[in-house]
Design a protein around this ligand. Structure first.
Ligand SMILES: Cc1cc2nc3c(=O)[nH]c(=O)nc-3n(C[C@H](O)[C@H](O)[C@H](O)COP(=O)(O)O)c2cc1C
Length: 228
């Protein structure tokens, strides 16, 4: 079980936003797995108000790229999935709060899909900057459907370094707002990680000490070890 968690975290960390794809089609079983990852995302009241439009038609992808404020790189993607919400039932159940849930449902599906895409060896990108009217027109969407996220998919044709993330300590508070953890490993009783950190520090310290000692010996006895 622990092994499973480690593997999922590895995939989550491996995922990068890819904006250049190889001109290679994606096998349908991979697309199907990605769609299932979206299908099984948590969603408010299990009302399943999220829909996916799978697009492979080059002309339509061209129009999607234009609708996405002319992010032309989108046209390199062999597959684009547009995630949309149908708010009607969710609003009936939850009233005003429903409009927030529709967005959150789509976001949960999108992240699941990006993680599955990474696991399938595919690059992907979450795109939210689009003109709603243009996207609607490109996909012949009725008014009752609200486009939320455009997901591009394909075999990556670029290597992207990990964009810097702030340290976890600056994102996490313990028990109450703004209460920072000085050392999360100690606070969360994660002793194995803490020991690893100590061991790493000790290794660096020992190496530094060995270097200083070597220089001192060289100073005193010269290169051949004879006393000066
Ligand atoms: C809500 C949201 C909107 C985004 N919109 C765009 C977009 O319109 N175009 C784009 O190229 N990337 C977009 N991204 C991707 C982010 O730029 C990217 O996730 C971020 O730079 C971190 O890089 P990473 O995904 O490789 O970790 C969006 C991501 C999110 C979550």
């Amino acid at each position: 079980m622990v092994e499973d968690f480690i593997r999922v975290l590895d995939i989550i960390k491996k995922r990068r936003s890819i904006r250049k794809y190889k001109d290679i089609p994606i096998p349908w079983d991979k697309i199907q797995n990605i769609l299932q990852a979206g299908q099984y995302a948590p969603n408010a009241g299990n009302l399943q108000d999220t829909k996916f439009i799978v697009v492979t038609d080059r002309g339509t992808i061209h129009n999607i790229a234009k609708a996405c404020i002319s992010q032309v790189w989108i046209e390199t993607a062999p597959v684009v999935i547009v995630i949309l919400g149908i708010p009607e039932r969710t609003m009936q159940y939850y009233g005003e709060a429903g409009s927030k849930y529709v967005i959150e449902n789509a976001a949960a599906a999108a992240e699941n899909m990006l993680i599955q895409a990474t696991a399938e060896g595919l690059g992907s990108c979450w795109v939210s900057a689009f003109d709603e009217f243009m996207l609607r027109t490109a996909l012949r969407m009725p008014e009752r459907a609200l486009p939320q996220i455009v997901v591009t998919l394909g075999y990556a044709d670029e290597e992207v370094p990990v964009p810097p993330r702030t340290v976890l300590e600056s994102m996490v508070f313990l028990q109450r707002y703004a209460n920072r953890m000085r050392n999360p490993n100690v606070t969360l009783w994660n002793w194995s990680l803490q020991m690893e950190e100590f061991a790493q520090d000790a290794k660096v310290g020992a190496k530094r000490y060995a270097r200083i000692l070597k220089e001192k010996i060289k100073d005193k006895f010269g290169d051949k070890g004879e006393k000066k």
